[in-house]
Design a binder for this molecule. Sequence first.
Ligand code: 48H
Length: 231
Amino acid sequence: MDVAIAGGGPAGLTAAKYLSTAGKKVVLFERKLSVGGGMWGGGMAFPVIVVRNDSKHILEEVQISVKDEGNGYYSADSIEAVTKLCSSAIDAGARVFNMISVEDVLLKGKKVNGFVINWSAIEIAKLHVDPISIRANYCIDATGHVAEICNIVRRKVGSLNTPSGDLEKERSMCAEMGERTVVENTKEVYPGLVVAGMGANAVYGAPRMGPIFGGMLLSGKRAAELILKKL
Ligand code: 48H
């Protein structure tokens, strides 16, 4: 593959959409039955997400209706947002596999070179069944707060491209700052591996932001743009 993505939340789906639209061969693995991650839950389980004017174009590009709430804030239906974002990625050519967990990475020299995957059911049951691997020129960790793939790489190689070399840990809520830093922190955290979405703030030690989802969308888009420059 050109790009393999772990995690089908808003950041992973947005990255898949932009990379596939640019003609890249993209695969996304999602551990659960359904993609969408935390976006299904909107704000405190009201099926509504909030975005600012800097990211509303991402929703509009895939025909998600947005409502102007004033002061540069817009709301959208979270169910519509997940389903349309996912179908736009698939329409653009991305292959989405649900019920598959990324449990390890392939390392070639000092570069992440793909994922090691297994059925989530096998993983959850802790069955002793060997996984398979998939090679990709670039990989994205879009696994959310846990930044699972970055944790795995940190354990395997000892040091990431962060100030301390370690995961810096997510900070307490500050919506304003978290929305900005999640885009800035969307980086190649190790050669071949870009971290996007909530994981980017978890890895680089920045705040969470509550039910504002624009940063997740912008982060997914930025991950795609970073990778497109390299491929
Ligand atoms: C396959 C995996 C694996 C694995 C996890 O949590 P997500 O929605 O992540 P983001 O970063 O796209 O969006 C974050 C957002 O939902 C959020 O939590 C916000 C804005 N929080 C703010 C706050 O203050 O709390 O999606 C991640 C997806 C999930 O569907 C997981 O099941 C999946 O990744 N996943 N899939 N292999 N190893 N680990």
